[in-house]
Unconditional design. Structure first.
Length: 132
């Protein structure tokens, strides 16, 4: 089985993640990255969240070290997490199909990679993006 990466975006409530004895509390507005390579548990109560589960291989060209981001909470004002959360809300209301669906899936993958890279040194290659 291939390893997966799960990006969790907490909207409301707190969650406690415990992976191999390492416990982290994620508060409303924060996001977290988890991998299927490590077993663990989560304790949640009255929480609202969005999540994206991607094959690790799909992020590999853009993210060298997923473990560097694993379990590290990201503040609510992080641009990549905010954009991912907002985009998931938009796409979730009316999921596109065909070519538009493929483009939307790629965009979600790219935003997830940006969120994962917040704690790593490697950044996605933006050479194909227009200048800001």
């Amino acid at each position: 089985a291939s390893e997966s990466v799960l990006a969790v975006l907490h909207d409301r409530g707190d969650a406690v993640h415990n992976l191999q004895g390492h416990e982290v509390v994620h508060r409303a507005g924060q996001s977290a990255v988890l991998t299927s390579a490590v077993s663990g548990e989560a304790r949640i109560k009255s929480v609202s969240f969005a999540s994206v589960c991607l094959p690790r291989q799909s992020l590999a060209p853009m993210v060298a070290d997923v473990e560097a981001a694993s379990l590290s909470p990201v503040a609510p004002d992080n641009d990549a997490a905010r954009l991912l959360r907002d985009y998931l809300r938009i796409v979730g209301k009316r999921p596109p199909s065909g070519a538009a669906g493929h483009l939307a899936a790629n965009h979600i993958r790219d935003l997830t990679a940006l969120r994962v890279c917040v704690y790593g040194e490697q950044r996605p290659d933006r050479s194909d993006s227009p200048a800001h």
